[in-house]
Design a protein around this ligand. Structure first.
Ligand code: UDP
Ligand code: MG
Length: 312
């Protein structure tokens, strides 16, 4: 019998998990009579009773497995841990807040089985229920990153996707510390089908993504999958060299012809500030890459496990 692993990353989701489990079980009993399941709940260092809720489920239901981190490592790390632990022939990643509807899982499974896809991803076509300003920045981000990176990032793509074992193994083989999963899945490639749906509000609790967290995540995406910013700062540097060379020649000629009355201090001060700014900006860009490299070179573990269902 074939097996599907459902990986659910959970950070402070005590209210959502029971609702998620109920809905997932309903769908499983209705649509997947012929398929075995395992649910892997990854507790990403929650501060509430999430782990107790999961353990409770594990006692009742043998299908429920769990991995509990020693602290909050972020959703990327949680998904990675889930993928590593998964044993199914197919693996799907879901949020605990039911924003990734289990009801379309059968459709995704059929696309893999009957249409020979390797991955079925989901996309939100609307961003309803999200702050306007957040949607605006998200759109901008996708425009920018798709110009800068050779890898295509799909706007509105969610982490909710169903993958074959082969795809999962490819993703696991990417052991980078700075994980940007949208880039990673595009990087590994494979034949992908997209299913679209409208944004759904989370069932309980609150979003864990502050604007600042999202901003840092966006920078992660850019530095992890593009080196264009480095090229841009080199080009700006080159242009400035050329311009200053022309100005130097101009000033020499002017002084030779008209003499040298001292003037132009304000403009000089402006130029110094401007160039100083550009230099710091470029240094900052280089620093971003350097810091990512630094973390990568340290080879720290992506996550640390405190306990699992096996460690009883
Ligand atoms: N999540 C996580 N670790 C974190 C932040 C979030 O495992 O540090 C989980 C969270 O529990 C949820 C999923 O990632 O299951 C998506 O988070 P959320 O719903 O807050 O994000 P949004 O849907 O608002 O983008
Ligand atoms: Mg959510």
């Amino acid at each position: 019998m074939e097996k599907i692993s459902v990986v659910i990353s959970c950070y402070n989701e005590e209210k959502s998990i029971p609702l998620f489990y109920k809905e997932m079980e309903r769908v499983r009993k209705k649509d997947f009579k012929d398929i075995e399941f395992e649910y892997i709940f990854v507790n990403d260092g929650s501060e509430d009773t999430t782990i107790d809720v999961i353990k409770e489920l594990n006692k009742k239901d043998k299908k429920v497995r769990y991995i509990s981190f020693s602290r909050n490592f972020g959703k990327e790390a949680a998904m990675y841990a889930g993928l590593e632990a998964s044993e199914g022939d197919y693996v799907t990643l879901m949020d605990a807040d039911l924003q990734d509807p289990p009801s379309i899982l059968r459709k995704m499974y059929d696309a893999i089985k009957e249409e020979n896809y390797d991955v079925v991803g989901t996309r939100r076509v609307t961003r309803k229920g999200e702050p306007k300003i957040r949607s605006f920045f998200a759109r901008m981000f996708y425009k920018i990153i798709n110009k800068m990176s050779e890898i295509e990032m799909v706007d509105g793509a969610r982490d909710y996707r169903l993958m074959t074992r082969q795809v999962v193994d490819s993703i696991i083989s990417m052991k980078e510390y700075n994980r940007y999963s949208k880039g990673i899945v595009s990087f590994v490639g494979y034949k992908t089908k997209w299913i679209e749906y409208e944004n759904i509000k989370r069932v309980a609790g609150e979003t864990k993504w502050s604007f600042w967290k999202l901003f840092k995540y966006a920078l992660e995406g850019i530095t992890a999958f593009s080196t264009i910013p480095l090229i841009i700062s080199s080009i700006i540097g080159l242009i400035f060299c050329l311009v200053s060379f022309i100005i130097i020649v101009f000033i020499i000629v002017k002084t030779l012809i008209f003499g040298d009355p001292t003037s132009g201090w304000p403009s000089l001060a402006c130029i110094i500030f401007f160039i100083g700014g550009i230099q710091l900006f470029s240094l900052g860009i280089i620093g971003q890459y350097l810091s990512k490299t630094y973390l990568e070179v340290k080879r720290r573990p992506i996550y640390i496990v405190k306990e699992t269902e096996k460690s009883k």
